[in-house]
Design a protein around this ligand. Structure first.
Ligand code: ZN
Length: 199
């Protein structure tokens, strides 16, 4: 987990939705991906697009359609665009890092975030997990030691600071992309209760 790798994750999220929107807008016509347009593409205004992608595109049959474009065609178009973009991808990624990522999550904000010592959802502390390990009460294998992981509250949004919290392995793993942060709160609380009750 590094600052740079989070920028790449964030970039991939924006790229996926940028291409998806392009396909829906241009239907079957050719389009030219534009770096400037990509830089200005703000996912925070795109709730409807995200909904179409997660709740429709991924759940319909291949010959069904979203906004009048066949799922199969959308898939192919995204793949083709990614291939066409390949020679310029590094330039795009670097541009995103400098012009977008460093603004939505500064290095200072990142450093501050990873210093958190408690899971946002279950409130279990790293110290408590360490205590449980020493008491032989943690069964998940982990040879590299325990750390909290960065979790995007809204997993289909980028890594802007307000969207990020630190979460323990169990919460992160259970939350997946399925639950909203509010829906997950009671589940996290239950996980924390169980973990802390181990003696
Ligand atoms: Zn947790």
């Amino acid at each position: 987990m590094s600052y740079q790798s989070k920028s790449t994750d964030s970039f991939n999220t924006r790229l996926r939705f940028y291409l998806f929107e392009k396909v829906l807008k241009h239907k079957n016509a050719e389009f030219k991906p534009s770096l400037q347009e990509f830089m200005d593409f703000d996912l925070r205004d795109k709730e409807e697009l995200i909904y179409k992608y997660t709740a429709e595109y991924y759940h319909k049959e291949r010959n069904d359609s979203v906004d009048g474009v066949e799922i199969d065609k959308i898939y192919k178009f995204i793949k083709d665009s990614e291939n066409k973009l390949k020679p310029r991808l590094e330039e795009w990624r670097v541009g995103y890092f400098i012009e977008v990522f460093s603004r939505i999550l500064s290095k200072n904000q990142y450093e501050k975030l990873i210093k958190e010592t408690e899971c946002y959802y279950c409130n279990t502390s790293i110290e408590k997990i360490q205590e449980l390990i020493e008491a032989g009460k943690i069964y998940k294998k982990n040879e590299r030691g325990w750390n909290l992981e960065i979790d995007r509250k809204e997993p289909n949004q980028e890594y802007f600071y307000d969207n990020l919290v630190m979460a323990c392995y169990w919460c992160n793993n259970a939350k997946t992309d399925e639950f909203t942060p509010d829906e997950f709160k009671p589940i996290g609380e239950a996980i924390g209760k169980v973990l802390r009750s181990r003696k």
